[in-house]
Design a protein around this ligand. Structure first.
Ligand code: ADP
Ligand code: MG
Length: 240
């Protein structure tokens, strides 16, 4: 290993046809850190997360997680190593119950559908405040409940790193606080968290450090106060 980082993203590039979505982006994240990733729409945040989780494969660069080079591993192998992400657009199985939506990823990660698995799924639902809805069809959930289910599904495999991709978009201020409290709680339990978020108040409160992407390049990185005061960051958002 070249550094003590828990997640080491080294010079990652990604192209879609002729379009350069990521240009040599590097990030170094400590175990247990709360890290914010921000940037205007289309700046490459989700693409970077896709390259980290294995949903996409980076064209160049290296991604090292917990000492292991995962750059070319398929997504399910990265899940087993402890990388989990929520999707910007939740995709639960709407005709299934909330509980069944958790039992499926659990089965994928090698658990049998036993009483133990149900108990484990219920403990995750309790953590995100969805236990009372366990037997409800997912299609009947409200927007915030859907976001909580998305986080719960990401938690099912017992991740060490959780990437939350715009889990707060479209929520009211008190709902944002609700999701923030869940993410703080997960971090308290030792999970390293990368938060992608447009709601500045939330990222600033949550993150110990923040990186800013603009047009596929990392243009700034630092503590929240420094990021807020950085003229490059302001320019990137003004140009949106
Ligand atoms: P962000 O999450 O920061 O809003 P994305 O990572 O989703 O940005 O997208 C970055 C850029 O890459 C955008 O211009 C987007 O249109 C483009 N892009 C993302 N995914 C694909 C894809 N699968 N094929 C082609 N272009 C894509
Ligand atoms: Mg995105």
């Amino acid at each position: 290993m070249t550094s003590g980082a828990f997640l080491d993203v080294q010079q990652v590039t990604k192209r879609f046809g002729g379009f350069q979505a990521l240009s040599a982006v590097s990030l170094s994240i400590r175990q247990g850190e709360r890290f914010g990733l921000i940037g205007p729409n289309g700046s490459g945040k989700t693409t970077l997360i896709n390259c980290i989780s294995g949903t996409l494969r980076a064209d160049g660069g290296r991604i090292v997680f917990a000492g292991q080079d995962v750059t070319t591993l398929p997504a399910h192998r990265r899940t087993r190593l402890g990388i989990a992400r929520s999707f910007q657009i939740p995709k639960p199985f709407v005709s299934m119950t909330v509980l069944d939506n958790l039992l499926i990823p659990l089965e994928y990660s090698g658990h049998e559908r036993t009483d133990g698995a149900v108990e484990h799924a219920m403990s995750i639902l309790t953590l995100v405040g969805l236990a009372p809805k366990a037997r409800v069809r997912s299609g009947a959930l409200t927007q915030i409940e859907m976001r909580k289910l998305e986080l719960a599904r990401a938690m099912a495999a017992g991740p060490k790193l959780l990437v939350s991709d715009e889990a707060m978009a479209g929520l009211s201020a008190s709902e944002v606080d609700d999701i923030l409290a869940i993410l703080f709680e997960l971090n308290q339990r030792g999970i390293t968290i990368i938060m992608i978020e447009h709601i500045m108040r939330a990222v600033m409160r949550f993150s110990e450090r923040i990186a800013v992407l603009d047009a596929g390049e990392k243009i700034a990185e630092g503590q929240p106060d420094a990021i807020l005061a950085d003229p490059r960051v302001e320019r990137a958002y003004l140009g949106e």
